[in-house]
Write a protein that binds this ligand. Sequence first.
Ligand SMILES: NC(=O)C1=CN([C@@H]2O[C@H](COP(=O)(O)OP(=O)(O)OC[C@H]3O[C@@H](n4cnc5c(N)ncnc54)[C@H](OP(=O)(O)O)[C@@H]3O)[C@@H](O)[C@H]2O)C=CC1
Ligand SMILES: CC(=O)N[C@@H](CCC(=O)OP(=O)(O)O)C(=O)O
Length: 342
Amino acid sequence: MPVRAAVAGASGYAGGELLRLLLAHPGVEIGALTANSNAGQRLGALQPHLLPLADRVLAATTPEILAGHDVVFLALPHGQSAAVAEQLGDEVLVVDMGADFRLADPADWERFYGSAHAGTWPYGLPELPGARAALEGSKRIAVPGCYPTAVSLALFPAYAGGLAEPEAVITAASGTSGAGKALKPHLLGSEVMGSMSPYGVGGGHRHTPEMIQNLSAVAGEPVTVSFTPTLAPMPRGILATCSAKAKPGTTADAVRAAYEKAYADEPFVRLLPEGQWPATASVYGSNAVQVQVAHDASAGRIIAISAIDNLTKGTAGGAVQSMNIALGLDQTTGLSTIGVAP
Ligand SMILES: NC(=O)C1=CN([C@@H]2O[C@H](COP(=O)(O)OP(=O)(O)OC[C@H]3O[C@@H](n4cnc5c(N)ncnc54)[C@H](OP(=O)(O)O)[C@@H]3O)[C@@H](O)[C@H]2O)C=CC1
Ligand SMILES: CC(=O)N[C@@H](CCC(=O)OP(=O)(O)O)C(=O)O
């Protein structure tokens, strides 16, 4: 019997990518599709690439419409999920693709999101130590932010292996879909095309506490993170370049071995052969993550680089992978590691 899944926020980028994946999932039947200002519209008018669902009409996001499903995905702006989730029963699996339930520390939430903290749910990054067990059988999942997904997967093996000092410096370039569909003047085509620009510099980006949370848990001590995001002129993709000071005595072989150990059995993470470097084009539309690591002996630093598709592994693919684990399905069900090229 397939599970019946509702998608709130079906008119947005994350909801659209989720529907693309759910259409190919053998264990899921797509139920209610909801939106906000676009309620009443045909999905085909907003997500023309989702041909099999083109004639479905978007409903308003209400508890009545979302009732009667096995799984409810919330692809809503930050701060909107908690109020919807609390009106859904304890028996339904709720997968929040927003930020509302990612952070454990209420002070971090209040500082970066400016509202009251709603709580903390099992974290949907199964590759992190301990995360998969917390997802098994869970009725609540907090899907990670796209940058924290890329950064945590690039760096956690260095901390798990005890090889890196607790200070990380990260720059990451993201495609523009990361900012959502709502009109933003700095994201007009003429502003973005042919240019790269940083934003949220100096510790201001809301994903910083999420990265600190993930890396500190693995390191077993507080890790500081200096994170600089950059907007890149492409629709999808994140390339995260992460660096941490190597602990004394660290060798290139030890670094390689730590990454091989971390990713030996992970179906979505590909530690590239030495000399080959991650590229966003290689993971376009797929749930795959490319990772590469180097030991810069002259600078005494570990450099780890990852590439993901922000909408797939960075959001909707991560959501489906975690749903699979929560439901007791193989984590790869309905998900592909095959990209699109050129
Ligand atoms: N884009 C990305 O790469 C990633 C996104 N996410 C998360 O996914 C969530 C959605 O992001 P994204 O799809 O990019 O955003 P979009 O702006 O593209 O879509 C937002 C969706 O939420 C709906 N919506 C807006 N306000 C409300 C409301 N008050 N009540 C109910 N529904 C509402 C919109 O409906 P309508 O169209 O009718 O206004 C639309 O369907 C965010 O929390 C984001 O953090 C997570 C990781 C990566
Ligand atoms: C390019 C761009 O603007 N990216 C978004 C983050 C992407 C994302 O989806 O993060 P959440 O899941 O936390 O929303 C940003 O920097 O705010």
